[in-house]
Design a protein around this ligand. Structure first.
Ligand code: ZN
Length: 298
């Protein structure tokens, strides 16, 4: 009896092993999880350039300001751009006293927005906000607070019309690639936010988006556009807009609140530049309500 059982056990194990091996051959190996999206550590030389570009002064804040800098990415991950903008915002707040920042990619931050004066969407992509958190963000802004969008902040709310309208447009390709240097026109150079730029036109290296609806000039002040009179800038493949209106940055009202969108910010170079940091600071202070600026359409 014992011997029969032992033979049975050996046969059973052998059969199971064969079946397991066969099964293993049919099942593709489990996909390794995607690498975590973590902004890279900045080198000493990049850090020095960011520090050197931080504006010396800011508009006087009406009270102590706190900003949530949020960089979650479910789609494309602009790691270098995110790292540099996070650091630039932190340093400009420290140096000028305009605000302090909390930097995170944790959605739970949207459960406690009341302590903030503005939210910065730093290159977020394809955000998956719950209905509750989306409404919290909308109420936060409409109730009188601020929102700042950097570059890919327009690559999020395809299925949330109120969110897309709040930020002011949706990504529709980038005919102007990140390797190129493109021409820009400062609309209304005397505008308080545009005082960041020393000249009415300039060239700059960055990836620039084209926008589809709900982009419109009817509800905002456009600050910077592409300068299509520059031959390379005006002749890129994939330009779709019949009106040739390629805005890059704007401000607008949303309820009682304020919106600043800065299409610059794809590359690590952007916020190592003093004029770009000043532009980001000015727009952020507008969003906070500390820098008066006309957001009416023109
Ligand atoms: Zn980009």
């Amino acid at each position: 009896m014992k011997r029969t059982f032992s033979i049975w056990l050996i046969v059973a194990c052998f059969t199971t092993a064969i079946a397991w091996r066969a099964g293993a051959a049919d099942t593709p190996p489990a996909k390794p999880p995607p690498p975590p999206k973590v902004p890279p550590t900045l080198s000493e030389s990049v850090l020095k350039k960011i520090e050197a570009a931080v504006p010396a002064t800011a508009a006087k804040p009406k009270k102590a300001r706190r900003i949530l800098v949020f960089w979650r990415c479910e789609g494309f991950f602009h790691g270098d751009g995110i790292a540099v903008a996070n650091k630039a915002l932190e340093l400009m707040g420290q140096k000028t006293g305009a605000f302090q920042v909390d930097i995170t990619d944790d959605y739970a931050a949207f459960d406690n927005l009341a302590k903030y004066d503005a939210v910065v969407l730093n290159n977020t992509t394809q955000l998956k906000l719950t209905e509750e958190r989306a409404q919290a963000l909308l109420s936060f802004v409409r109730g009188g607070k601020g929102i700042v969008g950097i570059h890919a902040a327009t690559d999020n709310f395809y299925k949330w019309p109120d969110g897309a309208k709040m930020i002011g447009g949706l990504f529709d390709g980038h005919p102007w690639g990140g390797g190129g240097t493109w021409a820009f026109k400062v609309e209304d150079p005397g505008h308080p936010i545009n005082k960041a730029f020393p000249n009415a036109t300039f060239k700059f290296k960055d990836e620039i988006y084209q926008f589809k609806e709900p982009y419109t000039r009817a509800d905002r002040r456009v600050l910077v556009t592409l300068d299509l009179s520059d031959p390379a800038t005006g002749s890129q493949k994939g330009m779709k807009r019949a009106d040739n209106d390629y805005a890059v940055a704007w401000i607008k009202k949303e309820g009682q609140g304020r919106v600043f969108y800065c299409g610059f910010g794809h590359g690590a170079n952007v916020f190592q530049d003093a004029a770009m940091q000043q532009f980001l600071l000015n727009g952020t202070q507008f969003a906070l309500g500390d820098l008066e600026a006309d957001a009416s359409p023109k």
